[in-house]
Design a protein around this ligand. Structure first.
Ligand SMILES: C[S@@+](CC[C@H](N)C(=O)[O-])C[C@H]1O[C@@H](n2cnc3c(N)ncnc32)[C@H](O)[C@@H]1O
Length: 268
């Protein structure tokens, strides 16, 4: 109960912080009432290694277009958490390969990659309501039928909803670096997580991580090298994929002259 209450409080704060005019307060409250699944981003956690979360919920003022996208298109393009495994064929209406992106932020890469690869299905997962609703509005405006998104803890989505050996690739672009040593435990890319990813991948499927944080890049290499069933086709870091667009996080890193390191592993 305690965890659930905590989440509700965070979500309410998110909702309140997300308004920029008194008349949008009501609009957003109405959306939350209509889509109760939006209030919670995690189920109560019984899994001890995940007591520490890789995210904090940040509030940011939603624009009217984002509130409208939530109101009108949530159930067209968003999936909600459940304890049932997803049937990708039912979700996307075809048998195309499915790639999952974890922590899509504002969704710039997600939308562009999906637009350029209509024969691949993409499931984007992000807890940040501002980015989630922004990408939802882009998907709805363009009618990007090969994208679905979820606002939920990606680890729990993988554990609860994704069949083993069903995914063709994972994209993890610029995960939060949690630079302070005492926060390293919050980093997403750790052995239990990569072992979970590996179990969900089809044979030949890939995990593609990118970061501008040097010691996190080394951690990614080390952890993936230690993940059973995963192999690195390169000698260390991978070459940049020309199809991966630059994101705002990446631009910030480049402005500070940080090196972008790419890590690509494949399932044997
Ligand atoms: C630093 S941002 C990078 C965003 C984007 N990939 C980019 O390159 O611009 C990392 C994002 O991951 C999200 N995130 C972290 N842990 C997550 C989790 N367990 N489930 C879903 N999203 C998560 C955060 O909310 C944040 O928006």
């Amino acid at each position: 109960m305690e965890d659930t209450n905590k989440t509700d409080v965070l979500e309410l704060r998110d909702a309140v912080d997300s308004v920029d005019a008194p008349n949008t307060v009501g609009a957003l409250e109405a959306v939350f009432a209509k889509i109760p699944e939006l209030r919670t981003v995690e189920r109560r956690n019984e899994n001890s290694w995940r007591e520490v979360k890789s995210y904090v919920l940040r509030g940011q003022r939603l624009k009217p277009s984002q509130i409208e996208a939530l109101d009108k298109h949530f159930y067209d393009y968003a999936l909600v958490h459940s304890m049932e495994k997803l049937d990708f064929k039912k979700v996307f209406g075809n048998d195309n390969p499915v790639v999952i992106e974890i922590g899509f932020g504002m969704g710039e890469s997600t939308a562009r990659i999906a637009r350029e690869n209509p024969n691949i299905n993409y499931l984007g997962i992000e807890v940040f309501l501002y980015g989630f609703s922004k990408l939802l509005s882009v998907i709805a405006n363009e009618g990007l039928s090969n994208v679905r998104i979820m606002r939920f803890d990606a680890v729990q989505v993988l554990e609860d909803m994704i069949e083993d050996e069903s995914v063709s690739g994972f994209h993890i672009f610029f995960p939060d670096p949690w630079p302070k040593k005492r926060h390293h435990k919050k980093r997403l890319v750790q052995l239990p997580f990569t072992t979970l990813l590996a179990s969900k991948l089809k044979k030949g499927g890939y995990i593609y991580c990118v970061t501008d944080w040097e010691d996190y890049a080394k951690q990614m290499l080390f952890v993936l090298e230690s993940t059973p069933g995963m192999s690195n086709p390169y000698d260390g870091y991978a070459p940049a994929r020309p199809w991966r667009p630059e994101t705002s996080f990446e631009r910030k890193g480049l402005d500070k002259s940080y090196t972008i390191n790419e890590v690509w592993f494949e399932k044997l």
